[in-house]
Design a binder for this molecule. Structure first.
Ligand code: HEM
Ligand code: NAG
Ligand code: NAG
Ligand code: NAG
Length: 366
């Protein structure tokens, strides 16, 4: 009798008090706090026994970034694919040895561009009910996610199609096989994985140029302004530098396939032996680009590529992403949201500290 009374009480109490932390978060917000810098920044076997691969369930979100997808599949990020700024910084620095300032700037940009900076949540894939619109819907009525085209996700990806002409979120085997063809033509030899099975700079130089020429011809709506251009070359540098085995720094085809197609760490893999930061990634991105230079621009209505009058440099990347792409309404905020926006904008600028500060002035609800 006493037991059943207790159950009745619990059952009626649940609707009001079942998820108090969730309700209050959406009312009051969550103050974002920079996590501590990692102290161990050397080589380490990954993922380790505490982080096994579990295939995503039907409600788990995955998106265009093979790095974040892999982190979520191993529980370094929440397995449902909805992460905080702190989650992303901790996961990318720990499991891939991404430099703290680079990881922080990427996580900050992702949160401001496609997440909810009031409750400190971003979906790494499609929009999610767990990431409601900002208070007052100042950036539109839709929840969003990193897979949403524009601001961050863009054209001329390696293994995802341009949004205007195909699937910009899921791994595309047809694009990946173009990359594998180039490895078999231009790759380095390995005693373990065979002749021409090691991905190198030359492979990326040829692949990125092919991806650009193919997208330019096929996608009338191609947008390749300086922020996206450098980010996309940076992503090819991520592949060479973060997916390589940290023991010898080489990236074999089986290892690359493990990350891109299977979204899991290969067996006996080690993270890089020193943090990878902006100068490493920037230098390699410029190196990939230098073989076949492409200028920033966009296709016009006739499918003709019209270049921008913009220099290709780090500060132009910063200004395009943080200034042009982020919505100006982020400055018209108060309280916890204003505090978080200020923190995240400073975090981005911290990576580009020699560049003139820009403030968001892009359109809302795009
Ligand atoms: C060390 C960790 C990371 C690695 C190794 C990594 C790797 C990559 C690679 C290789 C791509 C290109 C995919 C392709 O073109 O086929 C990519 C795309 C992407 N990454 Fe990451 N990433 C990492 C961290 C992050 C972080 C911290 C964020 C932001 C929160 C992020 C967001 C994205 C997004 C939105 C894309 C899609 C861009 C596009 O191609 O349109 N990534 N990432
Ligand atoms: C990484 O390198 C070490 C040392 O050569 C090797 O034992 C291991 O199998 C390699 N792992 C992968 C995934 O290639
Ligand atoms: C600022 O936000 C308030 C409340 O959301 C809105 O009424 C106002 O029009 C906004 N002002 C600007 C300049 O965006
Ligand atoms: C800032 O530094 C980067 C490289 O570290 C360089 O490319 C850029 O031109 C510098 N910008 C300014 C305004 O000094």
């Amino acid at each position: 009798m006493i037991v059943s009374c207790g159950l009745v009480f619990l059952a009626t109490a649940l609707p009001a008090f079942g998820f108090p932390h969730l309700a209050s978060r959406q009312d009051t917000g969550v103050v974002i706090v920079a996590p501590p810098r990692p102290t161990n920044t050397g080589i380490l076997p990954m993922p380790g026994s505490a982080n096994p691969f579990v295939a995503p369930g039907a409600n788990d979100l995955r998106g265009p970034c093979p790095g974040l997808n892999t982190l979520a599949n191993h529980g370094f990020l929440p397995r449902n694919g909805v992460a905080s700024f702190e989650d992303i910084v901790n996961a990318a620095t720990h499991a891939f040895n991404m430099d703290y300032d680079l990881a922080s700037a990427l996580a900050a940009f992702g949160m401001l561009a496609r997440g909810n900076a009031f409750i400190d949540k971003v979906s790494i894939g499609l929009p999610s009910d767990l990431v409601p619109p900002l208070p007052g819907q100042i950036d539109g009525p839709l929840a969003r996610g990193l897979a949403t085209h524009g601001r961050f996700e863009g054209d001329v990806s390696m293994t995802r199609q341009d949004a205007a002409i195909g699937d910009n979120r899921n791994f595309q085997p047809a694009l990946y096989s173009q990359l594998l063809d180039l490895v078999s033509q231009f790759g380095d030899d390995s005693t373990v994985t065979g002749p021409r099975s090691i991905v190198n700079m030359k492979v990326m130089q040829e692949f990125k140029f092919k991806r650009f020429t193919d997208s330019q011809a096929a996608d009338k709506q191609l947008q390749y302004h300086v922020g996206r251009l450098l980010l996309s070359y940076g992503e090819s540098a991520f592949t060479l530098n973060f997916f390589a085995n940290g023991t010898d720094g080489t990236l074999s085809v089986p290892t690359m396939t493990s990350f891109f197609r299977d979204q899991t760490f290969p067996a006996n893999w080690n993270r890089r032996s020193a943090p990878g930061g902006l100068s490493l990634i920037g230098n390699d991105a410029v190196n990939v680009l230098a073989a076949h230079p492409v200028l920033p621009g966009a296709n016009n209505a006739n499918g003709v590529y019209v270049t921008d009058n913009t220099a290709i440099d780090t500060c132009a990347l910063y200004s395009n992403l943080a200034g042009d792409n982020l919505p100006g309404v982020l400055l018209n905020t108060t309280g916890v949201l204003k505090q978080n926006v200020g923190f995240l904008l400073n975090t981005i600028h911290n990576l580009f500290s020699n560049c003139t500060v820009v403030v968001p002035h892009g359109p809302a609800n795009v």
